[in-house]
Ligand binder design. Sequence first.
Ligand code: ADP
Length: 161
Amino acid sequence: MKLAIYPGTFDPVTNGHLDILKRAASVFGTVYIAVAQNMHKNPLFTTEERIAMIQNCTSQYPNVKIDHFKGLAVEYAQKVGASVIIRGLRAISDFDYEFQMALMNRHMNDNIDTVFFMPHEDYTYLSSSTVREIVRFGGNVSEFVPGIVKNELIRKLRSNE
Ligand code: ADP
């Protein structure tokens, strides 16, 4: 049974991420969601907060584990014995960046392949950054993130109001 990692920032996890995870978990023996710690993105949520939200939304999958990593995804994949990196492709706009990264990762480790899943079309325009912006300006994100994530976003972004 193949082991795959699904690396990302997950700041926070959205229904788009969870849609990709559901598809990946039905194909691979085990999927590690790997929360990236060292992104330049200056995340809104700490690594621990991002992990706790993911844990809360994925308990129905016995073959999904949650972890975090620093540095290169290929090195993390090798360390845990994974042969596949999962990524999501929403639209053409994702393609260029994802293609570049997949080829660079393969260049660094030819034993690890990147496998792309496409989400349900309802999620093709959904991103963590859009969700953060909507909440920041008082909008409703109920259809884009699980309830617990929505509450955490409101707590974090509107606590000074
Ligand atoms: P990163 O900083 O690594 O891009 P993200 O959390 O933004 O981290 O995304 C992780 C992966 O999930 C990426 O492959 C991204 O394309 C994918 N992804 C993000 N949002 C969606 C979505 N709505 N539908 C499908 N894939 C998504």
